[in-house]
Design a protein around this ligand. Sequence first.
Ligand code: HEC
Length: 92
Amino acid sequence: MRLLLLSLAVVFSSSAMAQSGKALHDAACMECHASLGGGDPYELYQRDDRKVRSLQDLQSRLQFCMRAADVSWDSDQQKAVVDYLNSRFYRF
Ligand code: HEC
């Protein structure tokens, strides 16, 4: 029973984290990307010649784009956004 509760807690907290990664991303990153992607903010992550080729690339791109978006996320928030982008688009 304890183990069950523990695994439920893990499942819930990881989905809460993906959720907050999406919330952070959607608040800070969509507008500029939409203007680059012809109105579609997700185009950049899905185009054939996308630039990000590894988890490492994704992390460095996030650092760069955080400055462009003028946000200063702590490492948990950065990880949540990387997890969100990776699970939804990149799948490294
Ligand atoms: C002021 C504009 C701007 C903002 C705000 C911005 N970006 Fe970007 N983003 C760019 C540009 C420019 C590129 C590169 C496009 C290219 O290479 O053609 C890019 C590319 C990316 C890529 C790589 C796409 C690929 O080719 O695989 C990722 C990932 C990314 N941004 C994440 C983010 C995240 C996360 C945020 C929010 C913190 C964000 N960006 C906010 C301008 C912005």
